[in-house]
Write a protein that binds this ligand. Structure first.
Ligand code: FAD
Length: 307
């Protein structure tokens, strides 16, 4: 059987793409291995009607909604390989199954590498976060840390200062801020510490103190941390799409990649703020663009046959 669209990744981007495709009567398979990066957190904020929802619950509701649409199937498998053979894509899963699709939507999210600080993962998603627009409200008015270096530290500190007047930047032994930047931040009441972090201290993921290489400890009740990001799955070598300057998948405003028939949406583009509602909206846009192409192809084909 040839399906209309294979959606790779079942986070909010892929789920919303599958919803719009199902409602458009497109034969769709949504492949998901359920390893989203927000699995470390229990509350997601900023999604209207869903503010504060557990992210796995959001996923469960979305999957339940998809069951109403008979053309959508969810396969809980990782996609290992995608090839193109003439106009059709071959999608191969980790179980060795092969599916044939006219279009591909990549919604695989990204993987992040946190700074090399002992036990940082115990705190990430509980009191240390990456996005102040997602979790700044919960940490408002507390003594907070920004753990980052260089330009990321400068930018993040300016943004986080919106939620607290008690903010210290920790560069963890690295440099990168210019004297002018430091002076500007200090003039706004933002502290600066460039000693190496030796321990994060707290209970059950809630940060209480940051210990530094000189054994001093600084009281902090949470904060924001800069991570490195890269797409969670790469099909670049077989599909030949181009990447943007941040190494995410480049698309146009309709979420078309440079590879014909391949679309990308959500975090995997690494192109802007990383939020559930943005990812879901992008999934919708990609699905509408897939529909538009399939309709054009159908009508062009019918015109040629009539001639
Ligand atoms: C700690 C933390 C807190 C956050 N808090 C918030 C918040 O409060 N509010 C908010 O709006 N956003 C929040 N976010 C961001 C939000 O989680 C992301 O923006 C959103 O999940 C992106 O959706 P996505 O569908 O693009 O990717 P993801 O949600 O990452 O989903 C991608 C899916 O694709 C799957 N996948 C990857 N590769 C393959 C493959 N080869 N085959 C099959 N499946 C594959 C993954 O397993 C995953 O299930 C938070 C993120 C983190 C890390």
């Amino acid at each position: 059987m040839i399906i209309d669209c294979a959606v790779i990744g079942g986070g909010p981007a892929g789920l919303n793409a599958a919803l719009v495709l199902g409602r458009s009567r497109r034969k769709t398979i949504l492949f998901d291995d359920n390893k989203p990066r927000n699995a470390v957190t229990s509350h997601s904020h900023g999604f209207i009607t869903r503010d504060g929802i557990n992210p796995q619950e959001l996923k469960r509701i979305a999957q339940e909604e998809l069951r109403q649409y008979p053309d959508v199937r969810i396969l809980k498998q990782r996609v290992e390989l995608i090839n193109k053979d003439n106009d059709l894509f071959q999608v191969k899963t980790e179980a060795g199954e092969v599916y044939h699709a006219k279009k591909i939507i990549l919604a695989t999210g990204f993987k992040e590498t946190l700074p090399d600080i002992a036990k940082v993962k115990e705190f990430y998603g509980k009191s240390l976060f990456s996005c102040p627009f997602c979790d700044g409200w919960e940490l408002r008015d507390r003594p907070l840390a920004v753990i980052a270096e260089g330009q990321k530290a400068f930018h993040m500190a300016k943004v986080v200062s919106n939620w607290t007047n008690d903010l210290i930047i920790f560069t963890n032994g690295r440099k990168g801020l210019s004297a002018d930047e430091k002076e500007l931040l200090i003039s706004k009441g933002i502290g600066f510490n460039d000693k190496k972090i030796t321990a994060l201290i707290g209970k059950e993921g809630i940060l209480e103190r940051i210990q530094l290489e000189d054994d001093s400890e600084i009281l902090r009740q949470g904060g924001f941390i800069a991570a490195d990001w890269k797409p969670a799955a790469s099909f670049e070598s077989s599909l030949g799409y181009t990447l943007n300057e941040l190494k995410g998948i480049e698309t146009d405003s309709w979420n078309r990649t440079s590879a014909k028939g391949v679309f990308a949406c959500g975090d995997t583009k690494i192109a802007g703020p990383s939020q559930l509602i943005i990812a879901a909206g992008e999934g919708s846009m990609a699905a509408i663009a897939v529909n538009a192409e399939l309709i054009e192809e159908k009508f062009n084909q019918e015109e040629k046959t009539a001639l």
